[in-house]
Design a protein around this ligand. Structure first.
Ligand SMILES: [Zn+2]
Length: 367
């Protein structure tokens, strides 16, 4: 991966963006793409849209959600302890004892506390911890003191810096889906600098908001942009760790390229273009099956207006929605190349109607 891209990843991972509070990361994304894109705008929801060839008749939408799961302070007690709700789905068991940042008047350091193991009843050690048993301790001794720096409604994020493991593996918080945002930013840069996009094909690369609470940003953006085709690039749950059961959920390995999803959320023509692009350019990828609705922005984009031909690409990620997500940088690079190649293969008259190319699409799928 390019040095600049890795530095951008480090920067956006260190920048808080729980759903509804994405502005700090949105600013960084705008600054990264502004030298390359023909146009960069921000809509009323907070989505950032960077466009190459804005006047083109064929519009490709790229959705990489820039929000992350987090917490929000909903009560401060008389002793200065903060009580909180989740923003999106987090694993409560992984939050206990973590350092957090409360984004109030200042970015205040705190820790997620609960009663000590020495005071456990028998039932405490057998029950899954619940949010109601936890609080945030910022070291304040009264509500008044706490309220000098934080207040109800402030977002909270886990404090955990990106670090390099062995090889090209890295660990960090909120890779879901800052990685999708990084890939989008690099796609804009690469298509602008290296070319290959048809002049009558426009690419709208979005950092979408509020995906973790129901893909709300992608929904309104798809309506505004009215794309004919779209890709959602998000993180996929890796199934390559001890005692993973691929028999139940399929297999997805770190370091073997992105997952390309097959299922109702994937248009057969889009799927055919993605898989043939990967094979022709020798970009590694893994086939994935999605039986129901895709848990990505593709779900709502596909249903926008009269329907959009969508595809879903997943970067394999271990320990998703925990403070220590793990991924392989090679998968990011492969995804950047795959998305660029997909965009270069779209023509102004590409027909995404499944009926027109079902036979061809099936042939393309056969290995
Ligand atoms: Zn995600």
């Amino acid at each position: 991966m390019r040095h600049e891209a890795f530095n951008f990843l480090k920067m956006i991972v260190a920048t808080p963006s729980p759903s509804g509070f994405e502005q700090p990361v949105a600013k960084l994304y705008r600054e990264y793409v502004e030298p390359f894109a023909d146009k960069v705008t921000t809509d009323v929801m907070g989505n950032v849209i960077s466009v190459i060839n804005p006047g083109a008749s064929m519009r490709i939408m790229y959705a990489g959600h820039m929000d992350e799961v987090g917490f929000i302070v909903h009560h401060i007690d008389e002793n200065g302890f903060l009580f909180f709700s989740t923003i999106g789905g987090t694993d409560v068991a992984t939050e206990i004892g973590q350092r957090v940042r409360v984004h109030g008047k200042e970015h205040v350091l705190g820790v997620v506390g609960r009663k000590a193991i020495q005071t456990f009843q028998l039932s405490d050690s057998t029950q899954t911890p619940s949010l109601k048993d936890l609080w945030i301790d910022i070291g304040a001794t009264s509500r008044e003191e706490a309220e000098t720096v934080v207040q109800v409604g402030n977002p909270v994020t886990i404090e955990s810096a990106l670090a390099v493991l062995r090889g090209n593996y890295v660990v960090g918080r909120a890779f879901d889906n800052k990685v999708g945002l990084l890939i989008g930013a690099e796609v804009v840069r690469s298509l602008a600098q290296n070319g290959g996009l048809h002049p009558d094909v426009g690419i709208y690369v979005l950092g979408t908001v509020q995906e973790e609470i129901g893909s709300r940003g992608a929904q309104t953006a798809a309506f505004n942009i009215a794309p004919q085709t779209a890709l959602a690039v998000d993180m996929g749950v890796a199934m390559d760790y001890p005692r993973a059961r691929p028999e139940e959920q399929g297999r997805l390995d770190l370091g073997k390229g992105p997952g390309i999803s097959q299922g109702a959320n994937t248009n057969p023509v889009v799927l055919g273009i993605l898989t043939s692009a990967a094979r022709d350019r020798q970009i590694p990828f893994q086939q994935q099956a999605t039986g129901g609705k895709s848990p990505t922005d593709a779900r709502v984009v596909q249903e926008s207006r009269g329907g959009v031909a969508t595809g879903v690409i997943s970067v394999p990620l271990r320990y998703m929605h925990t403070p220590s997500e793990v991924l392989c940088l090679d998968d990011i690079q492969a995804t950047i190349e795959l998305v660029c190649e997909f965009c270069r293969r779209i023509r102004p008259d590409t027909d995404f109607t499944p009926l027109a190319t079902a036979e061809q699409g099936t042939k393309r799928l056969a290995v």
